[in-house]
Structure formats: structure tokens, C-alpha cells
Design a protein around this ligand. Structure first.
Ligand code: GLA
Length: 392
């Protein structure tokens, strides 16, 4: 930990705790804390879904100044607050203020996305000789789990105070046949915020029938701050020699080298630099909306996938994952129709998603890494977001 931050946080910790305690008493907010000097977990009402189901927002705060907001609805990450190089804390993800907006018009801001994140071509796949039909919610294709994917389900939440970290375990049982997918799928997603400014996401799932699973987290990042304008001036590095080009419906057609294309992010590059190139792939996605094949050993270890840097604020985020691929989506479909949690309207490129996952449409591509889960097996993946700044 940087010395100055360490000193600052140990100085501010006690008053902050006192302030939080009085908030607990005055506003009836529930707060859990492992020890006096550890992080905290707060829970507050976040309104009701149209059917009356209450929604709660949990706030994980670490022993420094980082915090993460999470809803039991969709497992949605509502905020990730981190300091810039001068210690100013700001929220670096897009979101809404009200549950109604999340329930009715959320373009997957912060969601847990499943049962199959990304697209399945023509909304169908065949597994063990049996064809399964899914909802077509993206032209002829199925996107992000269908009409009512995991992003729109209410999850059971367990608070997980820890030593050097605070966490939340979210659980959801997706019933056999839900959105056309076979098998009861028991899913757990563990969000852990460490005192090293890491947000770790562990996913596990088990099934009672063969099925397909591809889970991701769909935050839209803007390291200069939610609602501050474009993210396209950020520098991005992707640890990938190859990507999967797509057809006009954004379904992969194969695997190609990034060499000599606007998809080469092996060296840090400003997103803006090449996003408007006359390239059929960029036209299909209205910008970047593609899957990169990560350079990594095939051993389930955590490997560096992406690094995002904002030179204005000095904020840097690194993503490490056990997954074989990452979808980089440059917020191309944001079109000025949504007003977000900073009270500002979002335009194209005001946030970007970096979704660790398996390749899109894997169930229809036997040559892609398999997304099949069978009874007796455990689906297990981990992604870590590390936040720091360029101040040495
Ligand atoms: C993913 C897709 C995009 C878009 C967003 C949500 O990133 O690849 O095409 O659907 O989700 O708007």
C-alpha cells in the first residue's frame, strides 16, 4: 500500500467509523463490521420492484477509501468508488438512482449476466442430440440469458465479513427450463472487496442436467467518473493476440490475429485512435463490441486480461481472470436516452464494458472452449478488478 494513503486512511478511519455509527442510529441503516478497524457492510432500502419485492443496496467499504454498492436485484453493481491520484474518491461505473430504471430500461449496467452471457446464434443450440430453443431478444439471436436473465432476478444475499476484506455471497436457483435452458442451475456469486482495493468476483454453479453456462459481470466503466463524459480517451491494453471477428449480427465467424487491425491492443492504445476506422468489423459493432481471445495458460490460473487507464485522473484498473476471453464493448448503443446516477445523460462511449467470459455462441462452435456443464461438475471462474493510480 502507498505510504501516504496508508497514513491518511489510518488517520481518517476512526472519525469515519464514528460518522457511520451515527448514520446507523439516525437512519436505521444496518451495518456489519468484523473488527473495529476492518471494512464495513451496510444495507439500505432501495425501493420495490413493480411486483412489490423489496430491493436492498449493500455497500461494501474497505479499510481504505474504496467502496462497492450491490443490489440483490440482478446482483447489480451500482457503484465502485475509488480514489484518483490526488485521493479524490469518485464512482467509476455507470448506473441509475432508482430501482424502476434498473427494472425497466437497464442496458445491463453492473449486472450479473447469465445463464449465457453474450449471444447464442438464432436463439438455439443442440446438446447431446437435443435441440433447445431460447428467447430471441437481439434480432434472431439470444443475448445475455434471454428476456429475463440473471440480471433481472432477485438473488439471496449473505453478508461475508472477513479479515482484510468484506464480501457478499449472492445465490440464485435458475429452474429447469427457465428461458429455455435445461437443468436446475444453482449459482453463487461472491463479491469480495479487499483492503488492497481489489474487487474479486468468484462464480460457481452446479446443475442437475447437462446445460451451458457463461457468467460475467457487466459494469460500464468510466475511470474519470460516472457521468463525466466520454471514456474513449482512456488507454486500453488487452492481453490478446487473437479475437473473434463477427457477422452483422455480432456472432463470431472464427478466430483471427489482431496483427495489423484496429483490434490490436497489445500495446496501450487510446480507444478513440482507431474506433472510427473504415473497417467492416467496427461498422458491424458501431465500434468495438467484440471478443478477444486471451493469451494465457489453460490451467485455470488468474492471468492479466486488460488494463484501463485514465490519464486525467491517474486512475488505473487491471482485470485478471481465469476465463479464456474478454468482450470489450465501447458503450456503442448508449444514445442519450438514459439519465444515470450522476444526474447526467449518457451518450455513445460514455462508459465501456470489459466482460470476462467464454466466447460468444460457444454452444454452436465445437472448436471453441466448451461452456457445457454436466451434473457432478462445478462451474468455477474468478475475475479480479484491481484499482490503483499512476502516482508512485
Ligand atoms: C454486450 C453486447 C453488446 C450490448 C451490451 C448491452 O456487451 O456485446 O452488443 O448488447 O452487452 O447493451
Amino acid at each position: 500500500m502507498r505510504k501516504d494513503i496508508e497514513e491518511l486512511s489510518s488517520r481518517t478511519r476512526a472519525p469515519r467509523r464514528l460518522a457511520m455509527m451515527s448514520a446507523v442510529i439516525s437512519a436505521g441503516i444496518a451495518m456489519t463490521s468484523a473488527t473495529a478497524d476492518a471494512g464495513t457492510i451496510e444495507k439500505r432500502d432501495f425501493g420495490k420492484l413493480p411486483d412489490g419485492t423489496p430491493v436492498f443496496e449493500y455497500t461494501l467499504t474497505n479499510a481504505k477509501s474504496m467502496s462497492v454498492g450491490v443490489l440483490n436485484y440482478g446482483g447489480i453493481i451500482t457503484s465502485i468508488k475509488v480514489p484518483d491520484r490526488d485521493g479524490n474518491v469518485d464512482n467509476v461505473v455507470l448506473g441509475f438512482r432508482k430501482i424502476d430504471d434498473y427494472a425497466t430500461k437497464n442496458p445491463y449496467f453492473g449486472t450479473i449476466t447469465g445463464r449465457y452471457a453474450n449471444r447464442i446464434a438464432n436463439a438455439k443450440f443442440t446438446l447431446d442430440g437435443q435441440e433447445y430453443n431460447l428467447a430471441a431478444n437481439n434480432g434472431p439471436n439470444s443475448l445475455h440469458g434471454g428476456q429475463k436473465g440473471f440480471d433481472k432476478q432477485v438473488w439471496d444475499v449473505k453478508e461475508m465479513p472477513g479479515d482484510g476484506s468484506v464480501g457478499l455471497e449472492l445465490a440464485y436457483r435458475s429452474p429447469d427450463g427457465e428461458e429455455g435452458y435445461p437443468g436446475n442451475l444453482d449459482v453463487k456469486v461472491l463479491y469480495t472487496l479487499t483492503d488492497d482495493d481489489e474487487l474479486r468476483i468468484d462464480y460457481t454453479a452446479v446443475t442437475d442436467k447437462p446445460t451451458v453456462v457463461n457468467l460475467t459481470s457487466h459494469s460500464y466503466f468510466n475511470l474519470a467518473g460516472n457521468g463525466s463524459g466520454t471514456v474513449l480517451d482512456h488507454k486500453l491494453t488487452l492481453n490478446a493476440d487473437r479475437y473473434t471477428p463477427v457477422d452483422a449480427g455480432l456472432i463470431p465467424t472464427g478466430v483471427e490475429s489482431v496483427e495489423g487491425t484496429p483490434f490490436d491492443f497489445r500495446q496501450p492504445a487510446r480507444i478513440n485512435d482507431r474506433i472510427r476506422e473504415s473497417d467492416e468489423q467496427l461498422v458491424y459493432g458501431r465500434g468495438y463490441d467484440h471478443n478477444w481471445v486471451l493469451n494465457r495458460p489453460n490451467d485455470g490460473s488468474l492471468a492479466l486480461a486488460a488494463r484501463l487507464e485514465d490519464e486525467k485522473t491517474g486512475r488505473i484498473m487491471e482485470i485478471h481472470t481465469t476465463e479464456p476471453a474478454i468482450q470489450f464493448y465501447a458503450g456503442n448503443f448508449l444514445d442519450g436516452t438514459l439519465v444515470g446516477s450522476a444526474g447526467k445523460m449518457y451518450r455513445q462511449g460514455d462508459g465501456l464494458a470489459l466482460e470476462t467470459q467464454h466466447y460468444p455462441d460457444s454452444p454452436n462452435h465445437p472448436d471453441f472452449p466448451s461452456t457445457v456443464l454436466r451434473p457432478g461438475e462445478t462451474y468455477k471462474t474468478t475475475t479480479v478488478h484491481r484499482f490503483f493510480t499512476d502516482k508512485i
